[in-house]
Design a protein around this ligand. Structure first.
Ligand SMILES: [Zn+2]
Length: 60
């Protein structure tokens, strides 16, 4: 899978609130990783909830 230039982030579905690992592209597109067709609820609109600069995800 090509990694591309997107910034890694956590994105939340605007419709149902599910959170996904995602990429934020320079043009503002938010692309959830592994869910090409958008959220499982059918929405394709997301908002960034957490920027992540590494793959070392952890929860406080
Ligand atoms: Zn959703």
């Amino acid at each position: 899978m090509p990694e591309g230039d997107g910034e890694r982030a956590i994105a939340e579905c605007l419709n149902c609130g599910n959170a996904y690992a995602a990429k934020e592209w320079p043009d503002g597109t938010i692309q959830p990783i592994g869910t090409r067709n958008g959220c499982q609820c059918g929405s394709t609109e997301f908002q960034i909830v957490e920027e992540t600069t590494t793959t070392d995800l952890h929860e406080d």
